[in-house]
Design a protein around this ligand. Structure first.
Ligand code: EPU
Length: 337
């Protein structure tokens, strides 16, 4: 296992924040995890696991050891005329796996094209976009139990998936390292183009729905709205879309007739945080090198030399302002260190 001392994490977080790790270990097997967690070698060090670094805000450096998950491999486990069970190493790049599936005609994750990050991080927060969530194609996962060093299998119902949530963010937080994820993909996929922008984009592209065209439409939409971390540091949506009581939403609608919301169940409404932040005047806001993206107000950005603690402070200012104007408490989606 390669372990480097005192390393900048700038290339390892999509905000592009220049903070240091005491140690950086490149992990590509359960044996490497054993070396970190079970042998005495790093006993006195704090430890954290990093995937693609695309959902994390470092407000300071990390004095302990950062384990970069690079466990690889994509293999078909089982196949029938209808579907295919694929096992994917947690360190594989999510979008490359989507392209691999689309290329072979395996459907279910085409709407999740171009989401930054690794395969192992995907179930962690049940990634979702354009009307599809990871849990719909999730079969099971293998995870390394930090305490015992054993590999444990989790099936869908064990993961307690919810909107941007799983048990690994809740009661099992910091207890497991996801090492392998199993997906059940369809050979006769039904396309999900209900999310308005996909249908429109396919029309503009003059393409009929197919795995490839839907994937490309999603790529086009994302590229038009979301900043590419290679150009402008960011971690995608910084906040979750809040779910509020219907009565609260109706009161807001009377005051702000253009407000958007989607019914969740019978008496709750999910409100796009991007709309709230834009309508509180923050879209395109810039202060030095940090700010709010000018095409999607839900995305906080680092234009170059920004600092994590300033982004964190800005996120608190935004939260206060949304609370004051709309009486809604925004929850962060990114993990803050
Ligand atoms: N909106 C605004 N102003 C903005 C941004 C959005 O008014 O600055 C409005 C849009 O007009 C639209 C609504 O908000 O009516 C929803 O916008 P959009 O379709 O861009 O999606 P979102 O709700 O802002 C969510 C996910 C994204 C995902 C998209 C597409 C969350 C927190 N975010 O964003 O996920 O790509 O839907 O499905 O649920 C991420 O998690 O990092 C992420 C990018």
């Amino acid at each position: 296992m390669i372990v480097q001392k005192n390393v900048s994490l700038k290339p390892y977080n999509t905000f592009g924040l220049d903070v240091n790790a005491g140690f950086l270990a490149i992990v590509d097997s359960a044996d490497d995890l054993d070396e970190i967690y079970q042998t005495g070698r790093f006993r006195s060090q704090k430890k954290m696991v990093l995937g693609g670094g695309s959902n994390i805000l470092f407000t300071h450096g990390f004095t302990g050891i950062v384990a970069k998950n690079e466990i690889r491999g994509v293999s078909i486990q089982k196949e029938s005329s209808d579907d295919v069970l694929v096992a994917v190493g947690a360190g594989e790049d999510w979008h490359q796996f989507v392209l691999w599936s689309v290329e072979r005609g395996y459907g279910g994750i085409e709407n999740l094209s171009l989401i930054p990050g690794t395969v192992g991080a995907a179930p962690m927060q049940n990634i979702g976009a354009y009307g599809v969530e990871l849990k719909e194609v999730f079969h099971s996962l293998e995870a390394y139990e930090i305490k015992s060093g054993k590999t444990v299998t989790f099936f869908r119902e064990d993961c307690h998936f919810d909107y941007r949530f799983s048990v690994f963010k809740g009661e099992l937080k910091d207890q497991f390292v996801i090492t392998k994820v199993f997906f059940l993909l369809s050979k006769n996929p039904t396309f999900n183009i209900t999310y308005g922008a996909i249908e429109e984009t396919l029309e503009q592209m003059e393409e009929k729905p197919s795995l490839k065209s839907i994937s490309q439409a999603v790529i086009n939409i994302r590229q038009s709205k979301l900043p590419d971390p290679y150009d402008i540091g960011n971690a995608g949506s910084f906040f979750k879309n809040p779910i509020i009581e219907k009565l609260h939403f109706e009161a807001l609608e009377a005051q702000f007739p253009n407000i958007k919301g989607y019914l969740v169940g019978d008496d709750e409404v999910k409100v796009p945080a991007g709309w709230l932040i834009e309508n509180a005047g923050w879209k395109g806001y810039r202060e030095g090198d940090i700010g709010v993206h000018d095409k999607q107000a839900l995305v906080l950005v680092n234009h170059g030399m920004g600092r994590g603690k300033d982004i964190y402070r800005l996120s608190n200012e935004i939260r206060r302002s949304i609370e004051g104007k709309f009486g809604i408490e925004l929850q962060r989606e990114v993990n803050v260190i």
